[in-house]
Design a protein around this ligand. Structure first.
Ligand SMILES: NC(=O)c1ccc[n+]([C@@H]2O[C@H](COP(=O)([O-])OP(=O)(O)OC[C@H]3O[C@@H](n4cnc5c(N)ncnc54)[C@H](OP(=O)(O)O)[C@@H]3O)[C@@H](O)[C@H]2O)c1
Length: 345
């Protein structure tokens, strides 16, 4: 192989990502071993994780990370294998997770690499899911901001996604009663039958508003919000006094040229709601302890997961990201950039 491909930002979208216009695929010469400096490795991407936040990174706006610049390789986290190394800590063949971006190959400094440790009953892809950013987001958002107590009634939106599916399971481990909201009946069945959620509702069902009111008649202690929009308004209307609203994300608004806030916001005052946003990176120094606990739960079968892996290489990433906002995934969405068997050769 003398060349590799990477996907670069070509044009900032105004609302939805436009296939064939937002991104451009470029071919680059494969770096030589002599291009590596001390402490650097050449990583081949095996799996690329796709995150709703990626749409926000395309906007030229102030946020928790700088926007991806036009011409830059699209930002993204992935799992890869070290193919060449000038780092004694990361010899050839080591599996790593890193933010190399939408690329088949990248030279990465060792300080930006994490070794992938696979726990008992674990698998490589867990490093992008339960043992990656989304699992950590679920963990810190629910435990630190939600402060779950046994008997609390927890509602999770985006419940069949990578983050929401872990939130609901941790809430169950903490003794809570959990209602999950997701976009298909099949996702709702998975939440209740396989993950042990107490209830799940399809928010696209015609009578959803009525079913939501019935399911929340005991009122909500913790609302873990992944979606914003109308569902956030409905949850506000059903909040218990002193409810905690964990503001993790608002996917319903990410592609909107003008984002809408909640109409019911005065309930925050009347019900003395604690509504707090967070960014998982703020908990970086606590990751090791959280990962130990999450790995333990995986080993004991207390946290289950599904993942949606799009095959076909990096060329599938753009459409897969577009489809993420349409709910094509159950659990973590990722693209298989290089089949594991090929990457190891
Ligand atoms: N604060 C942080 O540090 C942090 C870190 C990571 C992720 N997040 C946020 O966490 C949320 C979940 O991220 P994830 O990576 O776990 O993604 P995900 O939940 O695995 O995937 C996104 C899901 O959102 C649902 N969705 C799409 N459009 C929707 C809409 N209009 N209304 C309701 N649901 C919709 C879809 O499922 P349905 O079939 O159910 O519609 C889709 O599968 C996102 O808001 C993300 O930005 C925050």
């Amino acid at each position: 192989m003398s060349t590799y491909t990477a996907v670069h930002l070509a044009k900032r979208p105004k609302s939805r990502i436009v296939a064939g216009e937002t991104f451009v695929t470029k071919t680059h010469p494969v770096p030589k071993e002599s291009d590596l400096k001390d402490g650097e490795v050449l990583v081949q991407t095996i799996y690329l994780g796709l995150d709703p936040a990626m749409r926000g990174w395309l906007n030229d706006a102030r946020s928790y990370v700088p926007p991806v610049q036009i011409g830059e390789v699209m930002r993204g986290s992935g799992i890869g294998v070290v193919k060449a190394s000038k780092s004694p800590s990361f010899p050839i063949g080591t599996n790593v997770s890193t933010m190399a971006g939408w690329t088949e190959l990248a030279i990465v400094k060792e300080k930006h690499l994490e070794k992938v440790e696979i726990p008992q009953n674990g698998k490589l892809t867990d490093a992008l899911g339960v043992l990656g950013i989304t699992g950590l987001t679920a963990y810190f958002g629910l435990i630190d901001i939600g402060q779950p107590k046994p008997g609390d009634f927890v509602v999770v939106s985006g419940a069949a996604g990578a983050t929401g599916s872990v939130v609901g399971q941790i809430a169950k481990l903490k003794g809570c009663t959990v209602l999950g909201l997701a976009g298909t009946d099949a996702k709702c069945s998975w939440l209740v039958d396989d993950l042990g959620f107490d209830f799940a509702l399809n928010y696209k069902a015609p009578n959803f508003a009525q079913m939501f009111r019935a399911a929340t008649k005991g009122l909500i202690d913790i609302y873990f919000d992944n979606v914003g929009g109308e569902i956030l308004d409905m949850a506000l209307a059903r909040a218990k006094p002193h409810a905690r609203f964990v503001m993790c994300g608002g996917i319903s608004q990410y592609n909107e040229p003008v984002q809408k806030g909640p109409k019911n916001y005065l309930v925050i005052v009347s019900m003395r709601i604690k509504m707090q946003g967070f960014i998982v990176f703020d908990y970086q120094d606590q990751y090791p302890q959280a990962l130990r606990e999450l790995a333990q739960w995986i080993s004991e079968g207390k946290i289950k997961r599904k993942e949606t892996i799009v095959k076909g290489g990096l060329k599938e990433a753009e459409q897969a990201l577009i489809d993420l906002y349409k709910g094509m995934n159950t659990g973590k969405l990722m693209v298989e950039v290089t089949p594991e068997s090929k990457a190891k050769l």
